[in-house]
Design a protein around this ligand. Structure first.
Ligand code: ADP
Length: 258
């Protein structure tokens, strides 16, 4: 094989971590981080040892989504991940001030990510969920090739534009030989809290059709629901705050498909 063609060997396994799954999206605002957090918690509720790494170095959202405002302890030169709701978490956001935008150049992003995967004391994990930065630029590509990913899931809204972006995401992982576990449609249907009627604000079924067309599995749909947004903002993700509710069930179903 031509040198440089197969980029995979760059990534050696991380000792102790069985599986790393990237959660990616073609663009921001589609609910990637919300999905990553709830997916990680859903995987934990199935009895797995789970880590969640917020690799969105430019806009880390884990501190808000899980209401974590502590700084991680350091023991023997190793950063100890912060445990909450039964999972271990790490985010650049734990180490920097909120409202302080980071301007990092590519190599710094990669070395920060390497430190967060390899120099954090994750212990034994069945699965690490890696919340990628949105988009398909150089930083994402480098992450996808430097971290030993078993696979990726793509979060998309049903809207065409988001779908086109999601397709770029699929291609990026293909280029670095990372299997796509499937597509999750977020903000799928909207259930009116007043009348219970269902509306398809962003269209419906686009991600599922797209998945079929592209030959990748469709992992499931999550509706657009105020409860998901409110709980995200409150730092109490629906999977833990409403464990018997329909959304927790939907996330668990997706977790079982991953
Ligand atoms: P991304 O990581 O793709 O930028 P976020 O996860 O930060 O997106 O979500 C963007 C906004 O949309 C947040 O305010 C979040 O609470 C909200 N959100 C995400 N998914 C849903 C959903 N299914 N229903 C309602 N609000 C959602």
């Amino acid at each position: 094989e031509a040198p440089g063609r197969d980029m995979r060997p760059l990534s050696a396994p991380v000792p102790g971590i069985k599986t790393i799954v990237a959660v990616a999206s073609g663009k921001g605002g589609v609910g990637k981080s919300t999905t990553a957090v709830n997916l990680a918690l859903a995987l934990a509720s199935l009895g797995l040892k789970v880590g969640l790494l917020d690799a969105d170095i430019y806009g880390p959202s884990l501190p808000r989504l899980m209401d974590i405002h502590d700084r991680p302890a350091i023991e023997d030169d190793r950063v100890i991940p912060i445990e909450k709701y039964g999972i271990k978490t790490m985010s650049m956001g734990f180490l920097m001030e909120e409202d302080n935008p980071v301007i990092w150049r590519g190599p710094m992003v990669v070395s920060a990510l390497m430190q967060m995967t390899r120099e954090v004391d994750w212990g034994e994990l069945d699965v690490m969920v890696l919340d990628m930065p949105p988009g398909t630029g150089d930083a994402q590509l480098t992450m996808a090739q430097q971290v030993p990913l078993q696979g990726a899931v793509i979060v998309s809204t049903p809207q065409d534009l988001a779908l086109i972006d999601a397709r770029k995401g699929l291609k990026m992982f293909k280029n670095v030989d990372v299997p796509i576990f499937g597509i999750i449609e977020n903000m799928s249907t909207f259930v009116c809290p007043h009348c219970g009627g269902e509306s398809h604000i962003f269209g419906h079924g686009g991600a599922e059709q797209d998945a079929h067309r592209l030959g990748v599995p469709f992992l499931g749909a999550i509706p657009l629901d105020m409860a998901i947004r409110e709980n995200s903002d409150a730092g109490t993700p629906v999977v833990v705050s409403q464990p018997d509710g329909p959304h927790a069930q939907a996330y668990r179903k997706i977790a079982m498909n991953v």
